[in-house]
Design a binder for this molecule. Sequence first.
Ligand SMILES: [Zn+2]
Length: 434
Amino acid sequence: MKKQGIEKDLKRSPRSFREAMAYGPYLWDWANECGLKGLGYAPTSMGGHHFITLAALRVLPEVAAWLRGEARLLIWTYCGFPDMNWAQYGTFGTEIAGARMPDTRREWEISRYCRYNQLRKEGHFIGHHPKQAVEGLIGRYEDACRAADEGRARDAVRFLGAAIHYLEDSGSPPHAAEVSGPMHMLSESLRDPSQIEITHYQPAISFDPRAAVRRLEALGIEQQGPIAALLVEGSAADILPHQLVCANECARAVADLLNEFFLAYGERFDFLPQTAPTGRELLHNGDFSEPGDMPECPEGWVMYWEDRTDTGVVAERVVSAEGVEVVIADARDRVACQTTWPRVVRGLAGQVFVLTGEVLCMGGEAGIEAVCTEDATGLVAEFRAPAEGKGTWERLELVVTMPEGGEIVRPGVYARDFAGTARFRRLSLVARSE
Ligand SMILES: [Zn+2]
């Protein structure tokens, strides 16, 4: 039977987490092995988070139906946010030899949703142990409600994802018992997350974050004892029931939180496809003038490297006497500068968009592109307009009709099979009026 709704992304269940970093589309190989496909999915090293959120949404079909694609993004991306808020994303980080980490932090503007930016030294880091995590849970849930009150529905779900992460961490046995070192990962790594399930779940009357964290913390401390003892005596296979007690209690707490949010906002807005407004610029910072938290990356944009092992490639924002541009040099496989996911443009199937930009290049393929996805970032179609490569500035135009099933246009500039330097500037995207 073909899996439907929130279940459809997962082809196989993993047997462990954080085995190795992958050279595939996702940073961790367990996610590639699970068959996940969303372009914007960003599973974390300790995948228990995602399976706990999945178990919670499974018992809340009304909430999942309301959230549409945001439910799948909450499962596979947002509830991992606080674990991916590190400046080494996008660099040849220390954790893997010879491959760059995808820039997940900028891709989703995670520092904004976690209210902590390591590079800008803005906000403050919140620890992932219950005593500190409770602050993250309460703070990010307040942010979610503020965004929802202001009608920023998708922002609200992303803040909610960060809040959920802290709640889930509170019930992880090694987090609750504050166990560090190699025992931490061994205690936490679930051997069979497909067994997390809360079929007979009954929603709480109301969600009390402090009481929930206290309950999860006590349970986690209680279960860490036998887990550590079993690991020491070499019976790792027997820790699963102890882990599941905690994971299921986490899933109930997450379901309570989601239910509380749904009761407050379920009638006030929805996540249905929307028509893009016509007659105005749809891109944020399309001229790249505004620098991001590093001047080499424009605000609201992120670099993408198809081959993360390619050490020779350059992709950066450059300010010169001629103005501001993005430069890509020596790209083997496709390298792109794309809008972050929170800045993508939404539209209806059949709607016509016009992307324009200026490109200067010679030799190889470079141009402008638009990637269309469904509402949970699953690829629907890609469109590209390469430059002729005359060595002078060329103005390119790409006309895109949103394909059936598409709801998102993600514009960008790209180069591939390209030796030398391609320069890009003045991007613009508008929706054509009928
Ligand atoms: Zn965490």
